[in-house]
Design a protein around this ligand. Structure first.
Ligand code: NAG
Ligand code: NAG
Ligand code: NAG
Ligand code: NAG
Ligand code: NAG
Length: 689
């Protein structure tokens, strides 16, 4: 098979001709200038010495694959095999919670691990900041971030081995190529590429074919990133919550590394092959099927918009190659690696700095000078063939999901939705709650945002969120706690939203965000069946009935979607609308009767008109914040679990600050407000070569 007509030639675009000849002169000049300094030997020999002086580095490649199904799965499979085939130095870590990824990894090699414990959006997209933070706990010499569909070739390994031997702090990136098809197959071990005849393809031949076929991707998403550890951070400051693979994050990171000046940044696009091969199987015909969410709305659009918003909120995306001498091109010419400054084309065989902070100017050997100059020129010209993106700043995110569209994508097998309601003053509390649900592997939750700020915040944190248009807009930051007018208004939103969701046919587990979930309560609360509303009791007495007047806590209850429940909820909403109090008394007065006239036994009420049964949850299993002095215990978690707790409410305390402090101090806080990531108990993994 011959490369197709569609293949475009990399180096001979008319637009770069002027650059080409100007650059040629500059390279010639710089070679001339440097030849007058004392020679330090042949560059090839220097490179080999460097690599041999140290043992080969351990390399960990991190990627976030989608499910291994269809052509998409085949591309990923080929890519991962090509990485493993490079060398036994390579270990692969796949960030995913998908079963097909686990199965794929298990069938492949002990050098492939699957890591599910990072932050994902509700659509399953991993967060870049969480991936980077997790990668830092893997102790290997070099970390690599690869697009899961990008195949790489041995030139990548040689480049890494070379820069590793050079012994300085570096950060390397390379753009990748789009190739519609290559006439080669990877052998079973992933080590060699074969022709149709079954014969091995030499790397040079492969490069030649690719040189004609490669259309350099402008999609910065597929960029290849690598850096050496050296126990040095990548950059100053905090990596914002970008969604992985949705644009901006790679460029943002490169920018930050450059401006932090902790590392030398290397553009290795000319000497490292990263290939996106659209059709890697001969009988490939159609694109992967769209998931149910995608077929309704193209969520990629808004996820990209979200990243653009994060990017502009957290810093400039304008990329200045010219102003930064710390950016060098890494090239391989005539068999030797070279570092070339993109501005004055000065060419070095080493990127190490001398004691004055300048690059050591080692000399190019006269031998092969013409060829070297041509090679440098080719690269500089091709490097200009792709441009850095400058996306327009979106003013705000237009989230395409309505509550009605969201719920079917979230719901569990029992048609149950977990509902959290929050305003901006509780945004961190909301995230701690979310992180806890994620840790319990619960994904069927939705957040109702009471104000535009919470809405945007939640979107950028990857939550399934909707706006309540009728929410009061004067929710104050610190004072929206129990007993205030603000609190009363907010609580009334909850019963309205719950009723709305019930009417759509879903059961609702309504939980305040100041409720800490020790265990998943859903199997228990849903076991009471239809026409039973299961609610937390606010009784703090350790003995006696738990269904006494005004002891129903409307901050944690399970409502089954059925006629009785919906009828009763509508009564509550109506009552609350005319009451000057919060909705909590409406719950009790409607369901249990004023003064508790509908009480039955010690833990039940029956609403006579709708026949709804209210079951008050066992206070040991679902304790409120005043029960048994639990919050005063040294080890709240242990004391609570000893009683059999499913959840613990952080109520019966006034003031947002004190509430938050109590939860943090007692170790029931799960969110890092500085890094905007869930707290994880990540262990260190030593990668040994
Ligand atoms: C690369 O391929 C993808 C998928 O086929 C396509 O969407 C994209 O536009 C291509 N990019 C270039 C620069 O050809
Ligand atoms: C593609 O071809 C391979 C072998 O040539 C075959 O095993 C496989 O079943 C084919 N797949 C499809 C979807 O036709
Ligand atoms: C679904 O409900 C049944 C009882 O109605 C319960 O046994 C099961 O655990 C529930 N499943 C989940 C995921 O909550
Ligand atoms: C708590 O229980 C004790 C004894 O059982 C009783 O005397 C007291 O009134 C109860 N307090 C409340 C607030 O119900
Ligand atoms: C409530 O239950 C009683 C007795 O089981 C029945 O007669 C009545 O029709 C029911 N009411 C509703 C609204 O379901």
């Amino acid at each position: 098979m011959k490369p197709t007509q569609a293949c475009s030639l990399r180096f001979f675009r008319p637009g770069v001709r002027l650059m080409w000849s100007l650059g040629f002169a500059l390279v010639a000049l710089s070679l001339y200038a440097t030849t007058r300094l004392p020679p330090l030997g042949d560059p090839i020999a220097t490179a080999d010495r460097g690599a041999a002086a140290k043992s080969l580095p351990t390399i960990t490649i991190f990627a976030a694959p989608g499910p291994f199904v269809g052509p998409y799965g085949q591309r990923q499979g080929l890519a991962v095999r090509s990485w493993l085939g490079l060398s036994p130095q390579v270990t692969v870590v796949l960030f995913s919670r998908d079963h097909s990824v686990v199965a794929f990894a298990r069938g492949l090699s002990s050098r492939v691990m699957v890591e599910p414990e990072i932050d994902f959006s509700f659509l399953g997209t991993p967060f870049f900041h969480s991936m980077v933070a997790r990668s830092q706990k893997f102790v290997s010499d070099i970390s690599v971030f690869m697009d899961a569909e990008t195949v790489t070739l041995p030139d990548f390994l040689s480049a890494l081995n070379f820069v590793h031997g050079e012994n300085f702090a570096w950060f390397l990136f390379a753009s990748t190529c789009n190739v519609s098809h290559i006439p080669f197959q990877l052998d079973a071990e992933g080590k060699h590429w074969l022709k149709e005849s079954g014969k091995r393809v030499e790397f040079e031949e492969m490069q030649e074919v690719l040189g004609q076929c490669c259309s350099r991707s402008r999609l910065e998403d597929r960029m290849l990133l690598a850096w050496n550890r050296m126990d040095l951070p990548l950059h100053h400051g905090v990596l914002p919550p970008f969604l992985y693979g949705k644009g901006i994050h790679n460029v943002w990171l490169i920018n930050e590394v450059l401006s932090s000046k902790l590392r030398t940044v290397l553009d290795a696009s000319c000497c490292v092959s990263g290939l996106y091969i659209a059709n890697n199987t001969p009988n490939f015909t159609k694109e992967p099927p769209l998931t149910s969410v995608e077929s309704e709305i193209n969520e990629r659009d808004w996820e990209s918009m979200g990243n653009a918003l994060v990017g502009t909120a957290y810093g400039s995306l304008i990329f200045h190659e010219a102003k930064n001498s710390r950016l060098l091109r890494l090239l391989k010419c005539n068999g030797a690696f070279l570092f070339v400054n993109g501005i004055d084309y000065t060419t070095h065989v080493s990127a190490r700095e001398n004691m004055f902070g300048f690059l050591e100017k080692k000399i190019l050997h006269i031998w092969g000078k013409e060829k070297t100059i041509r090679c440098v020129e080719d690269c500089m010209a091709s490097g200009n063939a792709y441009s850095w993106p400058r996306k327009d700043e979106p003013a705000s995110i237009n989230f395409p999901f309505s509550l009605e569209a969201l719920l079917p994508t979230l719901v569990d097998n029992n048609k149950t939705i977990i509902l959290g309601v929050a305003g901006y003053s509780y945004k961190d509390m909301l995230m701690s709650w979310v992180c806890r649900l994620r840790a319990l592997r619960l994904t069927n939750f939705v957040v109702c945002a009471l104000d535009p700020e919470t809405y945007e915040f939640s979107l950028l944190q990857g939550l399934a969120v909707f706006k309540d248009e009728s929410a009061p807009n004067e929710i104050s930051f610190d004072d929206c706690h129990f007993g205030t007018e603000c609190f009363q208004k907010v609580t009334k939103v909850k019963s309205r939203i719950v009723t709305r969701i019930l009417k759509l046919g879903y059961n609702v587990m309504m939980s305040d965000v100041d409720v800490y979930w020790f265990r998943n309560p859903l199997p228990y609360v849903s076991s009471f069946g239809p026409a039973v509303l299961v609610a937390q009791s606010d009784e703090y007495n350790e003995t006696g009935p738990i269904n006494m007047p005004r002891r129903l806590n409307s901050g944690f209850y399970f409502a089954h979607s059925d006629e009785s429940t919906i009828a009763a909820m509508e009564k509550i909403v109506k009552h609350a609308a005319t009451s000057g109090l919060s909705e909590q008394p409406s719950f009790y007065d409607i369901l249990c009767g004023e003064g508790g006239t509908n009480r039955l036994g010690n833990d039940v009420c029956i609403e006579p008109e709708t026949n709804l049964t209210v079951h008050f949850l066992d206070r040991n299993l679902f304790p409120n914040g005043a029960y048994a002095g639990l919050w005063d215990e040294m080890d709240v978690k242990e004391s609570c679990l000893k009683k059999g707790c499913y959840i613990l409410h952080n109520n019966w305390i006034s003031g947002r600050r004190r509430k938050l402090e109590r939860q943090v101090m007692k170790g029931l806080w799960k969110y890092n407000m500085a890094t905007r990531m869930c707290l994880q108990s990540w262990h260190k993994v030593e990668i040994v070569g």
